[in-house]
Structures are given as C-alpha cells and as structure tokens.
Design a protein around this ligand. Structure first.
Ligand SMILES: *[C@@H]1O[C@H](CO)[C@@H](O)[C@H](O)[C@H]1NC(C)=O
Ligand SMILES: *[C@@H]1O[C@H](CO)[C@@H](O)[C@H](O)[C@H]1NC(C)=O
Ligand SMILES: *[C@@H]1O[C@H](CO)[C@@H](O)[C@H](O)[C@H]1NC(C)=O
Ligand SMILES: *[C@@H]1O[C@H](CO)[C@@H](O)[C@H](O)[C@H]1NC(C)=O
Length: 460
C-alpha cells in the first residue's frame, strides 16, 4: 500500500485547478458544489530528463501546464493552491515551520487561526527523489462557498528532493529542462496537495484508530454533499482559464455526449483489518485507489486487431494527478508495432518518451481499454481511444510546426512492478477526453465522451 501511494505521489504532475468562487448550480440539486477548473498555463512544454535510459522516476514529466485547487484553511482563512490528486487521500500544505527556500509560497501559520487544533500525528510523505515531513492539525477548510469542519490538514515542515512543492520543482526544472521554453516558478505554483482517493489511503487516524483524513469522506459525513460522488471535466487543453470543472456531489450532463457507462472500482484494499457498516461500508473497507479491473488492451485498425497481452491482476488507475498515461514498456511496444510497424517509432533516451512521425496523428487505428462493466448482463466495458488523439507535438507548438511528435502513453516507472496489482495509469492525456464520475457510494467509475471529443464506448 505504501509503495503504491509512493508511486502515485511520484506522478503527481498535472492537477486540477478551480477558482474559489462557486458558480450557480443551475439545474443541479442542492447539496451539489460546482467549481470551475482553471488551467493556469497553456504551454505544453516537453520536459526532458538528463538521465539516459532510466525509467525510475517520472517526476520530470511535468508538462507546461497545471491544474490546482484553491482552498481557504483556518479562521480567518489562509489561502492555498493545491494539486488535486485522485491517487492519494490526505490534504497537506506547507507550514511556517518550512523555510522559504523549500516552501516559497503561502505557508500556514496555525497561531493565526482561531479554529486550529494541533495533533501529535506526523507522517513522512515519500515520493520519487525526495520526501516531506508533515504534522497534522485539525481546522476548517472552505472552498466554493462550503465549509468542512474538523478537517485533518497536514502541515509540512520539511520538503526534500525533487517533489511536489514549487521550490523543489523549480530547482529540478532548471536542471533538467532542455526545451526551448523554460518553465517559470509561476507555471508550477501549486502549493500542497488534496487527495481524493478512498479513505483507507489516508494517513491521519481518529481516536478509534480509523483512517479519517479524507476531505471528500468528511464532506459526505457532514452531509455537505447529498450524493457521495464527484465528477471531473478537465475541458479543452488549449483553454487558458475555466477549461473545465469538478463537481462534488453531482453530474453535469451538458459536459458529455452519449450515456454514462460504469465500471466497478477494483478491490485493492488487501487486508482484512477494516470493518464498517452502513451504505458506504464497501467504500470504507475494500477500496484504496480509483482503479478498475482491466481485462486487456486491444488495438484495432481496419480489421487488424491485436491483443497487447496483460497480466490477469491488472488494473487501470484513473489518476487526475498525472499528465501522461503509463503502461508497461512491452505493451506500448506491442501497440506501436501493430499500428506503425517496428521501424516507425523510437524511444527518446533522454525523456523515455516514445517518439513518432507526426503523420500518425491521422491514423485510423484505435486503442481499446477493456475492463469489467457494472452493467448487469454484460461484462466488458470498452473505451476506444483514437490513436491520433495520443500524438502530441514535441518540438513545435502545433502538430503542423513539429518535425517530430511524442506518444501520450509512456513506459511505467520500474517501481510499478512492486505493486500487488499491475497498474496502468490513465493520466490526463486520456482523461481530458472523458467525463468522469467518481462514485464513492456505489464504488464505481462512470465514463462518457467529454463534449468536443470523439471517444466511443462499447459493452460486450
Ligand atoms: C511531530 O513533529 C513535530 C515537529 O515537526 C515534533 O515536535 C513532534 O514531537 C512530532 N511528534 C511525534 C509524535 O513524533
Ligand atoms: C527523505 O529524503 C532525504 C533526502 O533525499 C533522505 O536523506 C531521507 O532518508 C529521506 N527519508 C525518508 C524517510 O525517506
Ligand atoms: C526558481 O526559478 C526562478 C526563475 O528561474 C529563480 O529566480 C529562483 O531562484 C529559483 N528558485 C529556486 C529555489 O531554485
Ligand atoms: C492529415 O491529413 C490531412 C488530409 O490529408 C493533411 O492535410 C494533414 O497534413 C495530415 N496531418 C498530418 C500531421 O500528417
């Protein structure tokens, strides 16, 4: 479990931004909080790693744009912009105990909050190339016009290595960024992290030794949302602001076409030492990550179908915290061989990205993600992703201006192989084409084609 969390935090790369002001909830029910997602910076800059042939860390695959969540913490409120990460479950921010070299943006001063209660729970957050040390406090968290009481908030006193916080990222970027468009501090200005995975992944324990820290579970407990779900629409990648939105407690049917199709969340909570009763018992007991049971990945092009064989214990993880998607190397090789032929692609040793001719944008092939379906008599839900949708310009701002393109699925970090499940991380290169419903109550994930895209689905 710890290793898996480590992996997800390693890959916290691109996150969701929303503004603090709620927009009118329109036709949605009360108990729904709707927040616009703001994309802070549009430069889709390719970051290259100076470490030839290594697949160990993906921390440098940060692209030029990021999504952060704006939160007010304490009374009176202190403002933070945090990564939104469906691959972890705690909320943490820098504290004034963290020096300004490590934590250059806002730092939480607990002495200024009248609602703050200290705890003696510490944990060390580990991620590729570094770690941060966090002590939990309990305080009020507000966003989008709602207030969550008694929320555990990790206060980071130490942030080490190439990591999530901007000081560290800034240092790393300047060392490794060989692209013409260097990133600035402002481009990566998130400052903390909000995890939205299942509560078992949360580090904070209440007085009964139960995991407790999750903000979304607290919103459900405190009846701030009536439906135990949140929905994510990342929106148009070229939009500068308000590109999409996250909805806590509701679904916006104007943001997708066709119907929502569901897949059950894989039971990745492997130990038996949890018990719970009530309508959300399954969510409390069996689940950790937002992952589904993966059957296979197939490639289809004009009758030429291949099965990129997967181990039977595989899961697809739908992680808003990562920009690219990650499959095992041999699976990507199978896909590339089938669609382009073995001579027609390469792997950039500096970045570990697959590179290909930009004409592949026009390919008629598609990649099919086959997973367990929630829909009664049917058992496979397939997401068809057009191959061309995963072809991005490498050395120009557009496909037309680029001499070479890269593929939106990258080889997994080697540490992924230590997981109890073989993980295929579906990151934002695919997620932003989808409308996603993260359903805690029914422990399932809903998928639809996000407006403006051409993803198709099938049930079989
Ligand atoms: C937690 O960390 C703080 C400083 O960051 C330290 O003062 C405190 O003793 C630690 N508590 C425990 C239980 O280790
Ligand atoms: C945290 O990172 C530092 C610097 O990389 C390292 O020396 C230390 O051992 C790490 N601690 C843990 C608990 O991983
Ligand atoms: C971050 O980058 C900016 C701009 O390049 C630079 O001025 C600043 O010193 C850097 N900060 C750190 C901590 O490296
Ligand atoms: C895709 O096909 C169109 C129409 O044939 C062509 O104009 C365009 O240049 C092609 N794009 C690439 C990237 O090859």
């Amino acid at each position: 479990m710890f290793i898996m969390k480590l992996i997800i935090l390693t890959s916290v790369i691109l996150c969701i931004t929303f503004l603090t002001e709620a927009v009118p909830t329109g036709s949605l029910n009360s108990g729904v909080i709707r927040l616009p997602i703001t994309k802070k910076h549009s430069a889709d800059v390719l970051i290259k790693r100076g470490d030839p042939g290594s697949f160990v860390s993906d921390i440098y695959s940060i692209q030029g744009s990021e999504y952060v969540v704006h939160l007010d913490i304490g009374t009176p409120p202190q403002k933070f912009s945090v990564f939104l990460d469906t691959g972890s479950a705690d909320l943490w921010i820098p504290s004034t105990k963290c020096d300004t070299a490590q934590c250059p943006f806002s730092r939480f001063d607990e002495t200024l909050s009248s609602t703050f209660t200290p705890t003696d729970q510490n944990f060390t957050l580990r991620y590729g190339g570094g770690n941060s040390t966090v002590t939990f406090g309990i305080d009020t968290v507000s966003f989008g016009g709602v207030t969550v009481l008694n929320q555990p908030v990790g206060l980071a006193s130490v942030v080490k290595g190439a990591g999530i916080l901007p000081g560290a990222i800034n240092f790393t970027l300047s060392a490794i960024n060989t692209s013409p468009k260097a990133l600035t501090l402002e481009d990566v200005s998130s400052n903390g992290l909000l995890g939205l995975a299942f509560i078992r992944l949360a580090e904070y324990k209440n007085s009964n030794e139960n995991n407790y820290g999750s903000l979304i579970f607290n919103m459900i407990d405190q009846k701030i949302i009536t439906e135990p779900i949140f929905s994510v629409y990342l929106g148009n990648p070229s939009a500068l602001v308000n590109s999409g939105e996250i909805i806590f407690g509701g679904i916006d049917s104007t943001k997708y076409t066709g119907e929502l199709l569901y897949s059950p969340v894989a039971k990745t909570g492997l130990s038996d030492d949890y018990s719970s009763t009530g309508p959300l018992a399954s969510a409390y007991i069996y689940h950790t990550y937002w992952a589904t049971y993966a059957y296979s990945i197939t490639v289809k092009d004009k009758g030429n179908a291949i099965d990129a064989k997967m181990p039977s214990d595989s899961v697809f993880m739908f992680d808003t915290g990562t920009k690219l998607s990650y499959f095992p190397l041999e699976i990507i090789v199978n896909i590339m061989d089938a669609i382009l032929g073995p001579e027609n692609y390469g792997v950039d040793p500096r970045s570990s990205l697959f590179v290909l001719d930009c004409s592949a944008k026009n390919s008629t092939a598609s990649i099919q993600l086959n997973m367990l379906s929630s829909h009664d008599t049917l058992n496979t839900l397939t997401i068809n992703v057009p191959f061309g949708n995963l072809v991005f310009p490498e050395d120009g701002t557009s496909i037309e201006e680029s001499s070479i393109c890269y593929f939106g699925i990258r080889a997994s970090m080697s540490m992924l192989t230590e997981n109890p499940f073989t993980s295929y991380i579906i990151g934002n290169t695919i997620l932003r084409q989808l409308y996603l419903v993260y359903d805690i109550g029914q422990t399932r994930i809903g998928f639809a084609n996000a407006i403006g895209n051409d993803i198709t689905f099938s049930l079989s």
